[in-house]
Design a protein around this ligand. Structure first.
Ligand SMILES: [Zn+2]
Length: 334
């Protein structure tokens, strides 16, 4: 929920690792814990990390696939999430078969359908070996692998070189396009969700406290930031990433982005087959009010009650025809 602003705050702190680190440094935990203070609700169920990864991927794929026509930045839908060795501090993390591996696979997804299983290594995309790209040099290798996948020409079979144990083989995948975003569960107990325009992270603590439908509400808001190019637009306007973003003109522009994301999220939910009113219900629920309210709420966000009202107005004004919805009035702003 704290997504853009909280994430921007994090990135302005020297020494804090990039957004794609699975394990945050102490300073990251500090900022996230401010949010955790607001939420005393116990976890709904003791979801394991593996279950959380799968639940988030299921919700994300449904929203990313069904909203592909709204997205001018696309990637092939694999039904899988990647991770790389360099996302973990040296000496920790799982045993890797290759520098980049498949961390989660959806049953029925195109990667699983090609026989790829959890833990398999990804060595090459369309014959090109996985390697860091200059524009992503500061980010984990996983991000470069994802960028290579996203660059695959639409409409052609995707050729992946896979390492399974000692065996290396090539597989051909028929994929459809989806909205482009890297998605992952962040291993921390705090209740945060955030995006930086490329990567969307939802904390394990938040996944554990939410139903799949609530997870869809939160993810749709984060995906809306990516669809609207908010990060790029705010950077182009030189909007402060830190505490300065809470005041004056920067506060206004950050707040406008948050309202746009809430409004667009109703359309994204409807297109994915969710009742868009689940978003208004979420902000009126105990969970939504405890996450989005309180004295520590950033000045960038409307109150939970205001967010519910903004969503209800958007649905009444623009979603009368149901899905599929083409929210041209919002997309025209990007
Ligand atoms: Zn947001």
């Amino acid at each position: 929920m704290t997504e853009m602003n909280e994430n921007l705050l994090k990135q302005s702190v020297p020494g804090v690792p990039p957004l794609s680190m699975k394990r945050p440094a102490r300073a990251t935990i500090y900022f996230a814990s401010m949010i955790a203070l607001l939420l005393n609700a116990p976890a709904v169920a003791q979801t394991s990390l593996e279950e959380a990864d799968l639940r988030l991927l299921q919700v994300a794929e449904r929203l990313q696939n069904s909203n592909a026509p709204l997205c001018d930045r696309q990637a092939p839908s694999l039904g899988a999430a990647l991770q790389s060795r360099d996302q973990y501090p040296t000496g920790s993390g799982p045993v890797f078969q290759a520098d980049v591996t498949f961390a989660v696979l959806l049953p029925g997804g195109s990667a699983a359908g090609a026989g790829i299983v959890k833990g398999d290594g990804l060595l090459a995309v369309d014959g090109a070996a996985i390697a860091k790209r200059p524009d992503l040099a500061e980010m984990p290798l996983r991000d470069s692998a994802f960028a290579m996948l996203a660059d695959h020409p639409k409409g052609q079979a995707l050729r992946l070189t896979i390492k399974h144990g000692d065996e290396t083989r090539e597989v051909l995948l028929d994929t459809t396009e989806q909205c482009r975003a890297l998605v992952e569960v962040l291993v921390e107990g705090a209740t945060t969700a955030r995006s930086d325009g490329r990567v969307i992270q939802v904390s394990l603590g938040l996944v554990q406290r939410m139903s799949d439908t609530q997870l869809a509400v939160v993810f749709a808001h984060e995906l809306a930031h990516a669809v609207m190019h908010h990060r790029d637009r705010l950077e182009a306007q030189d909007v402060s990433k830190g505490l300065g973003g809470e005041f004056g003109r920067d506060r206004r522009l950050n707040a406008e982005a948050e309202i746009e994301a809430d409004r667009l999220s109703a359309h994204l939910l409807a297109n994915a087959g969710y009742d868009p009113y689940t978003a208004t219900e979420f902000w009126r629920s105990d969970l939504g009010r405890s996450i989005g309210g309180g004295l520590l709420r950033s000045r960038v966000y409307s109150s939970p009650a205001e967010r519910a009202a903004i969503l209800a107005r958007e649905i009444a004004d623009y979603l009368g025809g149901g899905a599929p919805s083409w929210p041209g009035h919002l997309l025209a702003r990007r």
